[in-house]
Design a protein. Structure first.
Length: 632
């Protein structure tokens, strides 16, 4: 009997001394609305010196269904500057029984170069595992080191939507003489435990239920808790620097990365001097140079060692005719300088989802480079990678966000230009006729500016007529039997306006019931977007960009039909925008339909979300108003 008891105790001790990844032990509430559960995660960063840091990672994630596969994140990037010392994974079934061990050789190893890349030493190792059943658990472990202490890993408490956290911790160790700093975001509504000792900072959190995305939520990084870290004494590809202010930081950037060699060929200098001869206005000169660069160069991605941060030499761009955002921006800067126009290399986050440089945290930030030309009236921001953009037009890729302008004397935070609602316009003037059989014949001219120009102008670069017609049919998806008869497009890059002239017809556009025809009044521009309804919304909401739509349409009705009634005029005015719609009866069986919609950008409290949703609901309702015609 004593032997049996001793055996039981030994077995029990062994079980509890080992990690147990049985999914039955995960609290029920953490599985609710979750595709995956992080049972345990630990990231530990050690800053060894100004020129070296190491990071070890352990992540135990239980994948509950096929959607949770996207939350595994078992991958590491590496290059000549970043080395992977350890990478491995172990797969367990639902009961915590080991299924498979995955060593480094079993991870997929491939270049991260995209289709535009010509040079890259950046690669990625990632786990490609196809499960035979759900749930299952992956224990993923890695160790990396990097010489680039200018970029320290951040801590995001949550990596993905629909993922719960059972326990997560982050530890960072740092020497006292490198000017270590950090900044916390979005901590107020989360129970995060923080411990700070000499040279060590430790964060942890437990039992965090999965977050679900909500319409119009702010960017993910503005919702979830996260911490960014930096050093005042840093290293980038072996180039050491010190920067406690943006001025100091920018000075290092200018001297060590972008202004070491500004030589270009005498032939090019002669060409641009000739092109700008007699032109005195700096902005007019800049337009000529920008057009020259667009015609001479093309964009490619270069991610080779320090080339990931330092531009190619201007003379090489000049000779080869290609470069990445850094190279093309710097090349344009050098050309402008040679014709007497000052411009400045500017680091920014380029993305249609707006992201600011954190202006209160001096560090290497950003993923893109543009060029800034200051003038008395405003700053002009040049997107030098595009062969089609109008001068000083970056669209939604670089609008309305903080960036770092690099001048010889240092770095300065600037904000790129914002598109106001009236700047991002779409103005439609047109007409359509309904015949006695209920068929439709329509034509219109549509002019778009600002962000709406950005959205529409790519149509002019579609050379396939079938593809172009398909795009318009998708746009007017509410019109059955649509037959596009003519499309004429004009991209006015000087005025930054896109003009569309089109005509189309549709058989049986109207619904028939005996001697009655009824049809939707708004043929050209229905806005049917109604945000989702939430019983208990969690997040505040944000309208990224405002815009303005104006429609003036003449409608001709069939002779032998009478209007049953005319809808009343609609005027809506809210904190989120305005909407008006009116129908005026004119002579000779014609109506004049006028519609104006303005949406404001802004950040709003979650308590106002339902009011915004109802505003959009009313817009959709009025855009779907039907006119009833009765035969005499």
């Amino acid at each position: 009997m004593k032997v049996k008891v001793l055996f039981f105790l030994l077995v029990s001790l062994q079980v509890f001394s080992q990690e147990n990844w049985n999914t039955l032990l995960i609290p029920k509430e953490l599985k609710e609305k979750a595709n995956s559960v992080v049972q345990y995660q630990k990231n530990e960063v050690e800053i060894v010196s100004q020129k070296l840091y190491k990071i070890t990672t352990k992540k135990v994630v239980t994948v509950l269904n096929e959607y949770g596969l996207n939350n595994v994140d078992a991958r590491e990037y590496y290059s000549n500057s970043e080395k992977i010392n350890i990478i491995e994974a172990t797969i367990y079934d639902a009961f915590g029984k080991e299924i498979k061990k995955i060593k480094r050789k079993d991870f997929v190893d491939q270049s991260v170069a995209d289709g535009f890349s010509i040079l890259s030493d950046n690669r990625v190792l990632y786990l490609d595992y196809t499960p035979t059943q759900y749930p299952f658990t992956i224990v993923y472990e890695s160790e990396k080191q990097s010489i680039n202490t200018a970029f320290l890993p951040s801590w995001y408490v949550i990596d993905d939507y629909f993922e719960s956290i059972q326990k997560s911790e982050f530890i960072i160790k740092f020497p006292s003489d490198l000017g270590f700093k950090y900044k916390e975001h979005n901590f107020s509504q989360f129970d995060i435990v923080k411990k700070e000792e000499a040279g060590v900072l430790h964060y942890s959190i437990e039992n965090l239920q999965a977050l679900k995305p909500e319409d119009y939520s702010p960017a993910f990084k503005n919702i979830v808790p996260n911490v960014i870290f930096g050093l005042e004494k840093f290293s980038l590809e072996g180039v050491v620097g010190v920067g406690s202010t943006w001025e100091e930081f920018g000075k290092v950037y200018y001297d060590e990365l972008i202004n070491l060699n500004t030589e270009i060929s005498p032939e090019t200098i002669q060409t641009i001097t000739s092109l700008t001869q007699g032109v005195k206005d700096p902005i007019e000169k800049a337009k000529i140079i920008y057009k020259y660069v667009q015609s001479k160069t093309r964009y490619v991605s270069i991610q080779l060692g320090i080339g990931g941060w330092k531009p190619m030499l201007p003379k090489d761009v000049d000779r080869l005719g290609y470069g990445d955002c850094k190279a093309l921006s710097n090349y344009t800067r050098v050309l402008l300088n040679n014709v007497g126009v000052n411009s400045y290399y500017t680091v920014i986050y380029g993305d249609s989802n707006k992201k600011d440089l954190d202006k209160d945290f001096v560090s290497y930030q950003g993923n893109h480079v543009i060029l800034t030309i200051p003038s008395e009236q405003k700053n002009y921001f040049l997107e030098c990678t595009s062969q089609t953009n109008p001068f000083a037009f970056g669209g939604d890729f670089t609008d309305n966000r903080y960036a770092l302008m690099i001048k010889p004397e240092g770095g300065f935070i600037v904000k790129t230009n914002e598109f106001k609602p009236l700047d991002s316009y779409q103005k439609t003037t047109g007409k359509y006729a309904i015949d006695k059989e209920g068929n439709l014949k329509a034509s219109a001219e549509m002019k778009s500016g600002g962000i709406q120009y950005d959205n529409r102008s790519p149509l002019s670069r579609i050379n396939d007529e079938k593809q172009l017609h398909k795009s318009y049919k998708n746009r007017w998806s509410w019109i059955s039997n649509l037959n596009i008869e003519n499309i004429a497009l004009k991209d006015n890059r000087e005025a930054i306006e896109f003009i569309e002239n089109f005509s189309f017809s549709a058989e049986n556009y109207c619904n028939k019931a005996g001697n009655t025809l009824y049809f939707t009044l708004n043929v050209f521009n229905k806005n049917e977007n109604i945000p989702d309804k939430y019983r208990n919304r969690k997040n505040d909401f944000e309208i990224d960009r405002g815009y303005y739509d104006s429609d003036e349409i003449e409608i001709t009705l069939p002779n032998d039909f009478e209007i049953e009634f005319l809808p009343e005029k609609v005027d809506l005015s809210t904190d989120f925008g305005t909407y008006s719609m009116s129908i005026e009866k004119r002579e000779n069986k014609t109506l004049f339909y006028k519609r104006d919609l303005t949406i404001y950008s802004g950040e709003f409290p979650k308590e106002n979300y339902e009011a915004y949703r109802k505003f959009r609901e009313l817009i959709a309702k009025n855009d779907n108003l039907k006119l009833v015609l009765i035969k005499k």
